[in-house]
Design a protein. Structure first.
Length: 363
């Protein structure tokens, strides 16, 4: 099947069956199967090496260690995602010869977009925590939280992973490759579908909502500017504020056990269950060394939440500027969900993603 524009007429409309539901589902399905393969290949590499190493009596790739984190970074971001991005690019080349997004301007100033991004991430994180707690309560598990190394080498690998490898690889796959493949369906569907698939790729209930919200903004920014650097920078900013900086504070500036112990003493005294006079010396002994860390954490959270709050108020005037262009394969009302969810590859990918997310509470 040829889904490329009609070169005889120069109309830019796709040939033959591409305009029908079957042709559209074929394109979506191919992308879904590529993403399914990417998820399964990543899990196969990481867990395969982990179990083989364990069977050999080695704890080199033990959870929480730097080697396992490095393995996951290399497998996912440096091997699997580039292959997936190239595969989707190949599909686009063979099925449609639709021009790439034309360079354009940001829909708003960089600071405004960053604030809106933080607002979406903050709200999505809060919602994800609610559902994560709900599923953890039902299953009795904890959603298999990622164990991060606390040594300098591990933090260096983690920093490279979330500030370089992940932003570049994920933006290449989900914005450059996937958004371009879906843009003939219209910019609205390209942004929404790429965001949903981006969130599902995380295979995590706790991460789904913020990844979807951020993915919507990333997709919109890319479609309007045609420049990947803007979404990569936004991605780095989110990972820096929500990932690396909190880890650095926890590792080098804060002793959580000492803080919890001090708060416990104060809480016991306030409730009347402790001494008649607050043991200030004991509390100060515990909290004194933590003041720098507590101040750094307060400043970080203040900046992040302040920008997120500003972003909430900026969203409303920004909504008036939001517009989506239609494409030659744009779907009519009521067709989007029907076409999307009935694409076999998409159905398989979402099923695998949901299964892995639920399974994480039991392993």
């Amino acid at each position: 099947m040829d889904y490329r524009p009609d070169t005889n007429t120069g109309s830019g409309a796709p040939n033959g069956a591409a305009g029908g539901a079957a042709g559209r589902r074929t394109i979506l399905s191919l992308a879904g199967f590529v993403l399914t393969g990417a998820v399964l290949l990543t899990y196969a590499i990481v867990y395969g090496v982990y179990y083989i190493s364990g069977e050999a009596g080695s704890d080199l790739f033990a959870p929480g260690g730097t080697p396992l984190l490095l393995l996951n970074t290399v497998a996912c971001y440096l091997v699997v995602m580039p292959i997936a991005a190239s595969s989707i690019g190949f599909i686009r080349k063979k099925t449609m010869n639709y021009p790439a997004a034309a360079p354009g301007k940001l829909p708003a100033g960089p600071f405004i977009i960053c604030c809106v991004c933080f607002a979406l991430v903050y709200g999505g994180t809060a919602l994800g925590q609610v559902f994560d707690s709900l599923f953890a309560g039902i299953s009795g598990g904890g959603g298999s939280p990622v164990e991060l190394p606390g040594d300098a080498a591990g933090i260096a690998v983690y920093a490279f992973s979330i500030l370089v490898a992940a932003p570049v690889a994920e933006e290449l796959l989900f914005r450059r490759s996937l958004c371009e493949l879906l843009r003939p369906f219209g910019e609205r569907m390209a942004a929404a579908v790429s965001a949903l698939l981006f969130a599902a790729f995380h295979a995590s209930i706790g991460q789904f909502f913020y990844a979807f919200a951020a993915g919507l903004l990333f997709g919109y920014v890319y479609l309007k500017t045609g420049k990947l650097r803007y979404t990569v920078i936004l991605h780095i900013a989110v990972n820096l504020f929500a990932g690396l900086l909190p880890l650095l504070i926890d590792t080098f500036l804060l002793d959580r056990e000492a803080v919890a112990q001090a708060y416990g003493i104060m809480s016991e005294w306030l409730s009347g269950g402790g001494a008649s006079v607050m043991p200030a010396a004991e509390v100060l002994e515990l909290l004194g060394p933590q003041l720098t860390g507590l101040a750094a954490e307060t400043l970080l959270m203040g900046v992040f939440r302040g920008m997120a709050l500003a972003g909430v108020f900026m969203i409303f005037p920004l909504r008036e500027k939001i517009s989506f262009k239609k494409g030659p394969l744009s779907l009519g009302k009521g067709e989007t969900g029907y076409t999307f969810f009935l694409a076999p590859g998409i159905f398989v990918f979402l099923t695998v993603s949901i299964a892995l997310a639920i399974l994480s509470y039991y392993i």
